[in-house]
Design a protein around this ligand. Structure first.
Ligand SMILES: [Zn+2]
Length: 682
């Protein structure tokens, strides 16, 4: 077909004819531009050679699955979506083709997926080879002149001038947004190598912004945020001595993160593997369970500067099946569908599956991702590794993903929404008591041992002295009690305020109220300080998160705590339902990680038992109970216990050898190989 490359001349090809050649041959022979005819008759004019070469690599799927027509949507420009070819383009292109193969060949079994997955691996290798051999002519270098070209552009200069006048966290975020938008959209400098690198996803945008915008608020090793921002950046250099010191503290943090926090994260990963291993795999069928869990879908949320701070629930719920209550049919979440935002849906859930063998979860309860689970995988291990590998990676890199440090906001969970509202001036770092509670005579109960500064406040004589107190030293609150009285019935609602692995602080306004209204403070029967809020200004915040940024290590610690430790029953609090605990972990984890709900359900299924004192799996239980995973690991299965810790205690305890309520695990093979092999279960 080709003798030699015909330059500057449009030629016309049918895509199937191109399949006679491999990508490297096409790169040598094809003219710069061609017209392509796809197998549905669509004609694409003036297609550049490099795009055909890259697409050809993906079309090896069409060689394997001959009945799949090569359509315009299988052309690389579809996955690029009007942008450059970047890191996310490759998985997207593979996904588009795989979805079509799965639909056309009606694939419902992971065994059939194996050759598809293998091909994805081969395509990745092929692309690397083709890139090395064919892309040399496109390689570009960059130097300081390219960086300065952006730095001195009037839009960037103006954005920095404005933020320098009033460097509040919100204004810094606006400055970042302006410069990021400029880098991603400007036509002026579209050929600038730095801009090309950002747009293709080759460099981390936040790191480029640290070089071009202002450095912003830096952190102490313990994540406490320094009060003074750095107004310069790495391109222009740091000028002040204190800027160097602050930068050095942030750098120390990165060194520190590679040690203890990394060990903690990996140890957490190991504990997860041990207790989740009892969930072996997926049974490919539908158990027909009608035991749904209800879920109120949150849409995306944005901060004051318009930046998206939460992507919404749906991107992490893809593949989950939910009930269409009118028709009784099961629907599948396939994309971020705004029609579902703020709706309450009934979900099929792994922890509510009804398949008789408790070691298996049915494909329908797990969701559409079940096709991705290899028959050789252990489902529990796979689900836990999906989350913990990200935490470890992020802890290790500890890059400033958030270019300027921002205090965490307090997440108000659904069950607290009717009592608490975010305090807007601090972007939700603090929260207010809802005004509609006034007629119910609200009182706040503060645990005495968590309000250690109370006596200092009480003994303060003048307003001047009060202002000298440091609010962050006065209290460290894990929970408050909200007492409401309606129709002569008094009820106390526990407000759990410990969040993001740290306690909250009572606000300056609340402390001032306690000081200036001593007549409203008493001590209740539980030895809490009870504050009558009758004269309280409801527009003021009552408590908030400390001025600290949450690191990935903190996030991991918080998630670990929620997964491994059930809510305690002290102080009259009741156990938290598994469903509520799942929702809480989901909201916290997906702020920064990608974790499909199906994985979390499997983890929490592994962490639940049918009743107190039992270590069996919770399959079929009316209301499963969240069990301490430390106890589960030690008592559920002897093989797992021996892979854990306190071996002497476990091995010498008679209860370890009582056969009742032991749950089999693949780890048992090391203790009782003959029995495990004979059972044929693993
Ligand atoms: Zn099921």
């Amino acid at each position: 077909m080709f003798s030699e490359r015909i330059e500057n001349q449009n030629t016309f090809f049918n895509v199937r004819d191109l399949m006679l050649y491999d990508a490297i041959e096409l790169n040598s022979y094809l003219p710069e531009y061609s017209d392509l005819e796809f197998e549905d008759g669509t004609i694409m004019n003036g297609v550049i050679r490099s795009m055909i070469v890259v697409s050809r690599c993906y079309w090896s799927y069409h060689e394997l699955y001959q009945h799949l027509k090569i359509l315009p949507k299988h052309f690389i420009s579809n996955a690029m979506g009007g942008e450059r070819y970047k890191r996310s383009t490759h998985p997207k292109m593979v996904e588009i083709i795989i979805k079509d193969i799965v639909a056309q060949y009606s694939i419902t079994n992971p065994v059939e997926m194996e050759s598809i997955n293998k091909q994805a691996f081969l395509i990745t290798a092929e692309l690397l080879k083709v890139n090395c051999l064919c892309a040399g002519e496109y390689v570009q270098s960059m130097d300081i002149i390219d960086v300065l070209q952006i730095q001195q552009h009037p839009i960037v200069v103006e954005a920095i001038r404005i933020v320098s006048l009033d460097p509040t966290p919100t204004n810094i975020q606006i400055c970042y947004n302006t410069i990021e938008k400029f880098i991603k959209e400007t036509e002026d400098l579209h050929a600038n190598p730095v801009i090309v690198a950002v747009r293709s996803g080759m460099v981390n945008t936040n790191q480029v912004l640290q070089c071009l915008a202002i450095r912003g608020y830096l952190k102490e090793v313990n994540n406490q945020i320094f009060k003074t921002p750095v107004l310069s950046n790495f391109t222009m250099g740091l000028f002040e001595t204190y800027e160097w010191f602050m930068e050095a503290r942030s750098a120390s943090q990165s060194l520190y993160m590679a040690e203890a926090p990394l060990e903690d994260s990996e140890y957490f990963a190991r504990r997860m593997r041990l207790f989740t291993g009892v969930v072996q795999n997926i049974w490919h069928g539908n158990c027909g369970s009608t035991n749904y869990s209800t879920w109120t879908v949150s849409g995306p949320t944005f901060d004051d500067s318009g930046k998206r701070i939460y992507q919404g629930d749906l991107p992490n719920m893809l593949g989950k099946h939910y009930l269409n209550e009118e028709t009784g049919e099961l629907l599948t979440i396939t994309h971020d569908d705004p029609a579902l935002w703020n709706k309450t849906i009934k979900l099929r859930s792994a922890h509510r599956c009804a398949f008789p063998d408790p070691h298996y979860v049915c494909a329908t309860c797990f969701g559409g991702l079940s096709l991705n689970v290899s028959r050789f995988a252990n489902l529990g291990n796979l689900c836990s590794a999906t989350g913990t590998k990200q935490v470890t990676q992020l802890t290790l890199s500890n890059k400033h993903y958030q270019a300027s440090a921002i205090s965490s906001s307090f997440i108000i969970f659904d069950y607290l929404r009717s009592y608490l509202i975010p305090y807007l001036p601090t972007n939700g770092q603090h929260v207010c008591l809802a005004r509609h509670l006034v007629p119910q005579f609200p009182h706040i109960a503060v645990p005495r041992d968590e309000f250690t500064g109370y006596l200092d406040i009480k003994n303060t004589k003048s307003e001047e002295d009060f202002d000298k107190l440091n609010p962050s030293r006065m209290s460290s609150i894990s929970s408050l009690g909200l007492t409401l009285t309606k129709d002569n019935v008094t009820e106390t609602i526990p407000l759990e305020t410990r969040q993001k692995a740290r306690n909250t602080e009572l606000s300056y306004d609340f402390l001032y109220y306690v000081w200036s209204h001593p007549q409203h403070v008493s001590v209740d029967a539980m030895n809490n300080y009870l504050v009558n809020m009758i004269e309280w200004d409801f527009s003021k915040p009552i408590f908030g998160m400390p001025d600290m940024e949450q690191s990935y290590a903190d996030l991991a610690a918080e998630i670990a705590n929620l997964i491994e430790r059930p809510a305690s029953e002290k102080n009259g609090r009741t156990r938290e339902l598994i469903d509520h605990r799942i929702q809480r972990i989901f909201r916290i984890a997906t702020q920064k990680l990608t974790l499909n709900l199906a994985c979390l359900e499997v983890i929490m299924y592994a962490a639940s038992v049918p009743e107190l004192g039992s270590y069996e799996m919770s399959r079929g239980a009316a209301e499963p109970i969240h069990c301490s995973t430390d106890l589960l690991t030690k008592h559920r299965s002897l093989g797992v216990a021996c892979a854990y810790q306190d071996h002497q205690k476990v091995l010498t305890s008679p209860s370890s050898y009582l056969p009742h309520d032991k749950v089999g695990s693949y780890m048992d093979v090391f203790l009782t190989p003959a029995e495990v092999v004979a059972s044929g279960q693993f």
